[in-house]
Ligand binder design. Structure first.
Ligand code: AMP
Ligand code: TRP
Length: 377
């Protein structure tokens, strides 16, 4: 029996080589070893404003990308979150056993809202220390002196409170609730393994907490899932700056190679990629730019670092970059050919079949949830 695995991706089009090597490629491997369920989470995407037409387009686009990369709907279940209503239904039920305190702790929420109770508490303490410090050890002060002092530093305290209130009030409720929906995604399918990046681990922890809490309150219903750090996916750095990861939100077009870039664009971008001082092709921490390029080379060609170092022993950056460009082009060309040949209709059909398959499992789980919670059948 294979273990059941669930993973999900937000529908963002325009994926780059970092997305492929860091995420997509892993799914292709995982579908062999697990009973894999892969989901495009459009309900999560709308926690930040989305243009409807663009969302529709991106959802289709990302499914095509995964199919072109080797996700095989015969081997896994591939579907879109909003097409299986049980996700929202379970999210609601889980909301009722979640605490605000569970959610305000989440790093992603803190980052996106600017709300961090621990930081705010520290700021308040610091403001109080200011008052105590300024009022200490000065003899002969009157009550009015203290009043002025408290008004001065106290204003600081009110400012901190007001900023907090504004930050909190402006966060979308969906954004706040995002991890509960994610827990629903996972728990609906008796998932045992959830491969995610480090930033998502905390959300998995919440899913575990909610599964246990529900089971305690309503009887054994959910499998408690395990997070699996997806470390085998390489972190690909920006071609224009090897200290930051390749990112679609980077300012320069020379930061990343999109999976849809044509050969000429790829060659130009690799030619422009920054390199380190010296001219030797060696894999070393002292040469972070070259290291990144060698990583891309090895991951796409199947050659080892040692192979690459030997191949370019007597050559310089120019030769290496020319060959790297061809390695990338040789990977992208057949990928893009497959991508081009996948029609919207085909995707919709695959997703319909995927949703049906997912729904069969999700429906069963919701029957148990409904019964255990006490809803009429
Ligand atoms: P994002 O594009 O940031 O929403 O990320 C989508 C997926 O691609 C996540 O699983 C990321 O971990 C992965 N990813 C994004 N950028 C990179 C990168 N530069 N290198 C490796 N993986 C990445
Ligand atoms: N929050 C995840 C991300 O941004 C996407 C996601 C939604 C997910 N539901 C999930 C990942 C369930 C794993 C399991 O990457």
């Amino acid at each position: 029996m294979k273990k059941r695995l669930f993973s999900a991706v937000q529908p963002s089009g325009n994926l780059h080589l970092g997305n492929y090597l860091g995420a997509i490629k892993q799914w292709v491997t995982l579908q062999e070893d697990y009973e894999a369920i892969f989901c495009v989470v459009d309900l999560h995407a709308i926690t930040v404003p989305q243009d409807p037409a663009t969302l529709r387009k991106k959802t289709l686009e990302i499914v095509k990308m995964y199919l072109a990369a080797g996700i095989n709907p015969e081997k896994c279940t591939l579907f879109v979150q909003s097409q299986v209503e049980e996700h929202t239904e379970l999210a609601w039920v889980l909301n009722t056993i979640s605490k605000n305190g569970d959610l305000t702790k989440m790093t992603q929420f803190k980052d996106k809202s600017g709300m961090d109770f621990e930081r705010i508490e520290a700021e308040l303490k610091a403001a109080l220390v200011d008052i105590a410090y300024e009022s200490s050890g000065v003899p002969g002060r009157t009550k009015d002196d203290f009043r002025i002092l408290v008004m001065k530093s106290g204003k600081n305290i009110i400012d901190i409170f007001q900023t907090m209130k504004e930050d909190f009030n402006s966060v979308g409720t969906g954004l706040f609730d995002y991890p509960v929906l994610m827990a629903a995604d996972i728990l609906l399918y008796d998932t045992t393994v959830v491969p995610v990046g480090k930033d998502q681990m905390q959300h998995i922890e919440l899913a575990r907490t909610l599964a246990r809490r529900f089971n305690e309150r309503f009887g054994e219903t959910f499998v408690v899932p395990e997070g699996k750090l997806s470390t085998e996916g390489a972190l690909i750095m920006g071609l224009d700056d090897p200290s930051k990861k390749m990112s679609k939100s980077a300012e320069s077009v020379y930061n990343s190679i999109a999976l849809t870039d044509d050969a000429e664009t790829v060659r130009k971008k690799i030619k422009k990629a920054v390199t380190d001082s010296g001219s030797e092709i060696v894999y070393s921490d002292e040469k972070p730019a070259l290291q990144n390029l060698i990583n891309i080379y090895t991951l796409l060609s199947g050659k080892t670092k040692e192979d690459v170092q030997t191949m370019y022993q007597d050559k310089g950056y120019g030769d290496f970059k020319n060959d790297l460009a061809e390695v990338v082009v040789n990977f992208l060309a057949p990928f893009q050919e497959r991508l081009k040949n996948i029609s919207d209709e085909e995707v919709l059909e695959i997703l319909k079949a995927g949703a049906d398959k997912a729904k069969r499992i999700a429906e069963q789980k919701m029957l148990a949830v409904r019964k255990n919670v006490g809803f009429l059948s």
